[in-house]
Ligand binder design. Structure first.
Ligand code: MLT
Length: 405
């Protein structure tokens, strides 16, 4: 008789964006004449850049020719992509990362969910609160989080680091030392960032306590301020304590195409001297057959001159939306943050409404979809996230509708 992994039964409700999807679908079915504007899930709306499309077409053609056909991709990704990553994302920023420290994958979501596999069950995790739900849920599935308290929305074995207005939505170093620290900057969902000096404190703390930082830098392309680090490896000593997750979804519109990578420096070792890089390589080789050649070829094109120019324009387009949402809601009297180094606007719900009440209110009265802050954790209660990834026209319409409420 088989038994299931009953950790899965501990997960409360469905995944946040699935819950939202169901609610929106039900509303649309009941109100077929309403035009709904979706500023909920952070999904891009601009088509892939022309240079990337051109490369995709060429790569597809290569697959149909005997001499250039490709079968399985190399475990860790094609070297042409990994060297483009090393040159552009790291060397260009004065950071020395080598090709065999870069693991190409089909996206940061999978890597952020899977990376916990290489750590012992007894490890204590710390997360920002609010938090991208994948970090906690994947640890729940593994059985690392203890019991759930429905009244507080907290897991007994997780260290929560509240990120509130009072602390600029930035976490403080926890008193109880975690083994694994999840950080995401620019932050999803709050859009907050920390400076290089602030991040250096985390790196020093992790090295002093032999903790590991899992640093999600999926939104680094949206950074506009000079003192905000693009990679944790800009900090001294990060190579002995940090794993970095990166994504092509948000910097180049690959949400439907799927591509990402994880960096695990060879100097990152557990207390017994076991290198995490080797463990992840073993895991990758066993469980993963690589992102498709055509997608990796398109990914490398992101680093070409044309690719850089065209994706920079897309980012500027989304950040113009962010500015519009930010200033529009501020003018309307909302308390807003984010949107400067990130494509997310984090706003306080009006009149002390709960996050879900405001979600329903906005859907019903303005036909605008956002994401309830409480879906990201207890400290998100009373907050709401809007994404700048819509079209400009829809963004303007959504803000106008919210202002008119
Ligand atoms: C979000 O809306 O938080 C993100 O789009 C989710 C993701 O990247 O998986």
């Amino acid at each position: 008789m088989f038994k299931i992994n009953d950790n899965y039964l501990k997960l409360p409700g469905s995944y946040l964006f699935s819950t939202i999807g169901k609610k929106v679908k039900a509303f649309q079915e009941a109100n077929p004449d309403k035009e709904i504007i979706r500023l909920g899930i952070g999904d891009v709306t601009q088509p892939l850049a022309p240079a990337i499309i051109e490369r995709l077409h060429a790569a597809v053609s290569e697959m149909g020719v005997q001499e250039t056909f490709k079968g399985y991709a190399p475990d860790l990704g094609y070297e042409f992509l990994r060297s483009a990553i090393v040159e552009n994302d790291y060397k260009a920023r004065g950071v020395d990362i080598s090709i065999d420290e870069v693991f190409v994958s089909d996206g940061a979501k999978c890597d952020s969910g899977n990376i916990q596999e290489i750590f012992a069950l007894g490890n204590k995790i710390a997360v920002c609160d609010p938090v991208y739900p994948v970090y906690v849920d994947s640890n729940v599935m593994a059985g690392r989080t203890g019991t759930y308290d429905a009244a507080t929305g907290l897991w007994s074995d997780v260290i929560y680091m509240p990120c509130k207005e009072e602390n600029g939505f930035a976490p403080e170093l926890p008193d109880v030392v975690p083994d694994i620290i999840y950080l995401c900057f620019p932050n999803n969902p709050t859009g907050a960032t920390i400076t290089k000096d602030q991040l250096q404190k985390w790196v020093d703390y992790a090295n002093a306590n032999h903790s590991v930082i899992i640093y999600d830098a999926a939104y680094e392309a949206y950074i506009s301020e000079a003192n905000v680090p693009h990679t944790i490896y800009e900090c001294d000593g990060a190579k002995t304590c940090a794993i970095e997750l990166r994504s092509f979804s948000k910097n180049a519109g690959f949400t439907g195409t799927r591509l990402g990578f994880t960096v695990i420096p060879k100097d990152l070792k557990d207390a017994d001297g076991v290198a995490l890089n080797a463990l992840w390589a073993r895991r990758h080789g066993t469980k993963y057959n690589g992102a498709p050649y055509i997608v990796q070829a398109a990914g490398a094109e992101v680093y070409s001159k044309a690719g850089k120019e065209q994706t920079a324009k897309q980012i500027a387009y989304y950040m113009n939306n962010a500015k519009y949402i930010y200033s529009g809601l501020k003018d309307a009297g909302y308390s807003v943050s984010g949107g400067v180094n990130a494509p997310y606007i984090w706003l306080k719900t009006p009149d002390n409404m709960t996050s879900w009440d405001f979600f329903d209110y906005l859907l019903e009265k303005a036909n605008v979809v956002g994401t309830p802050g409480s879906g990201f954790g207890p400290s998100g209660e009373g907050y709401f996230r809007l994404t700048a990834f819509g079209t400009y026209e829809n963004t303007v319409k959504a803000v106008d509708r919210i202002k008119a409420l």
